[in-house]
Design a protein around this ligand. Structure first.
Ligand SMILES: Nc1ncnc2c1ncn2[C@@H]1O[C@H](COP(=O)(O)OP(=O)(O)OP(=O)(O)O)[C@@H](O)[C@H]1O
Length: 125
């Protein structure tokens, strides 16, 4: 394999290891994985439009990315020091805030995209 290709393969393996490691070690990440699976199954069942799939996938990717950044920040702060410090608290709280923003966005997307067809299913059942 050429130098460029092996560097790219290594970078991809590291990124994949980061994702799998977060799923293994982070409870919140596993919750997001379950939520994403439920949303995808609902999307398939309700046969949502292509545009609605884009919104759902954007919401899922956004929450996963925010959670991975949050994990990276938590670990970096802990690597520097596990001592209680107001800046450590502020850094971790900001990172958690970013996840909260994305989670609220994802909830809104889920309600807007999946709410009406689910409601129709319930009413016509
Ligand atoms: N070194 C610290 N100094 C001050 N406050 C901290 C420190 N570490 C954590 N905290 C506070 O505790 C909260 C939780 O931090 P923690 O690192 O336990 O993350 P967590 O949300 O429990 O994530 P996880 O369950 O994935 O480990 C932070 O948001 C912050 O308010």
């Amino acid at each position: 394999m050429s130098g460029w290709r092996s560097r790219e393969a290594r970078a991809f393996r590291s990124a994949w290891a980061g994702l799998i490691g977060a799923l293994r070690d982070e409870r919140h990440m596993r919750f997001h994985a379950v939520a994403a699976t439920v949303v995808i199954l609902l999307g398939l069942w309700l046969e949502v439009s292509r545009t609605d799939w884009l919104w759902l996938l954007l919401a899922i990717a956004g929450v996963w990315s925010a959670e991975l950044f949050n994990t990276a920040i938590e670990r970096t702060v802990d690597r520097i020091s596990t001592e209680t410090h107001s800046l450590a608290r502020a850094a971790k709280d900001s990172a958690a805030g970013a996840v909260l923003v994305m989670a609220i966005f994802a909830l809104a997307v889920g309600l807007i995209v999946l709410g009406p067809p689910m409601w129709r299913m319930i009413v016509h059942a």
